[in-house]
Design a binder for this molecule. Structure first.
Ligand SMILES: Nc1nc2c(ncn2[C@@H]2O[C@H](COP(=O)(O)OP(=O)(O)OP(=O)(O)O)[C@@H](O)[C@H]2O)c(=O)[nH]1
Ligand SMILES: [Zn+2]
Length: 335
């Protein structure tokens, strides 16, 4: 046999092998992974640097949590993402191969003003407030603007209802009625008592709790999520990282249904930086007046012909919401 003939045979053999691999890969997913189980959908329940914890949503691994690698060409994953993944039963690690479309995305600017994704597919933000510590209306507005910016509906959860007595409680209820009229509903609960009004608001949804320190977020989580539900059984814990080593956000299943995405960072999300334009758009009841000011660049302060001030004087918008907007814009410029 000539050398040339041999090499032709080899070439043919190699091509056959390649074709076999390609057809196998198109059936079973990515190549060179003979021990990978077939692809299925999964839910990202936590992120640690380049590693991800994925819970299987179907097939033989449904309900199991696997540490996974992410294919290098993929965009950043965050808690709450739905993905396509495969379990590698040999190495006891999985691999994420695709990101499914997101319903919502919570983002925050990093110190260089680059937008960083934080959590995905949150359906509702629970803004926790309480009679104590007292909450200023402009702080509520700030959280609401952040919710509008993320395009995620907000439910105001007034915790510590057992402390709702006296004239201050009446004033707070009046405030909440104003928000109700603006399209921001609220419920009253007590983490020390009964959460029966809260549970149905979470059931069937993915929620995140936000609000200032001391209003009772941890207390609410501890009632909603008994200790057993806070533990995660990771199938493939070969990373040496342990289970609760990080401040990254984590997704929990509530025993009554529904999911909670929680992290110290997300709890403070109303304090993240927002630009002037997002703040204006976040006061949704004012949108219809913005185009009507005499001056295109009206700052809605003391300019003649300001449609917003006219609307406030006519009782069409709340003067204190307009003040709040000015305050948030001034603050965002000084940051
Ligand atoms: N009276 C009353 N006290 C409550 C209630 N819920 C929480 N508290 C108390 O409020 C205090 C603060 O509660 P936390 O759950 O730590 O508040 P948090 O919002 O998690 O605070 P940070 O961890 O600082 O963000 C604790 O002393 C709780 O016992 C409630 O419904 N009624
Ligand atoms: Zn104006």
């Amino acid at each position: 046999m000539s050398k040339r003939h041999l090499s032709q045979q080899q070439t043919q053999r190699i091509r056959q092998l390649q074709e076999k691999r390609i057809s196998k890969a198109s059936q079973a997913g990515p190549d060179d992974d003979a021990h990978l189980d077939p692809p299925g959908t999964g839910l990202v329940i936590a992120r640690y640097g380049s590693r991800t914890e994925v819970e299987g949503l179907e097939g033989p691994h449904a309900g199991e949590v696997w540490r996974c690698h992410i294919r290098s060409n993929m965009e950043a994953l965050v808690t709450g993402d739905r993905v396509i993944w495969q379990a590698d039963t040999t190495s006891q690690a999985g691999v994420v191969t695709a990101l499914l479309p997101r319903r919502s995305l919570l983002t925050r600017p990093d110190p260089y003003q680059r937008i960083k994704p934080v959590a995905a597919n949150i359906d509702r933000i629970l803004l926790v407030i309480a009679p104590l510590p007292t909450v200023s209306p402009w702080l509520i507005d700030r959280y609401i603007v952040a919710c509008e910016h993320s395009d995620i509906p907000v439910l105001i959860v007034l915790n510590k209802s057992d402390l709702m007595q006296g004239p201050e409680a009446d004033a707070l209820r009046e405030r909440l009625a104003e928000y109700h009229a603006l399209g921001y509903p609220h419920i009253e609960v007590s983490a020390l008592g009964d959460l029966s009004t809260l549970r149905p608001e979470i059931s069937g949804r993915t929620v995140a709790l936000v609000g200032q320190s001391g209003v009772g977020k941890s207390s609410l989580v501890n009632v909603l999520l008994p200790e057993a539900a806070q533990r995660v059984n990771i199938i493939s814990d070969n990373s040496g990282l342990g289970q609760h080593t990080t401040t990254t956000s984590r997704l929990f299943h509530l025993p009554e249904g529904g999911m909670l995405i929680d992290s110290p960072g997300i709890r403070e999300f109303g304090l993240w930086h927002l630009d002037e334009d997002s703040i204006r758009r976040g006061f949704t009841e004012m949108r219809e007046f913005y185009g009507d000011c005499r001056f295109r660049n009206c700052q809605h302060q003391s300019e003649p012909g300001c449609a917003l001030r006219a609307a406030a004087e006519a009782g069409k918008i709340l003067p204190r919401r307009l003040e709040s907007m000015h305050r948030l814009i001034a603050e965002s410029k000084s940051q």
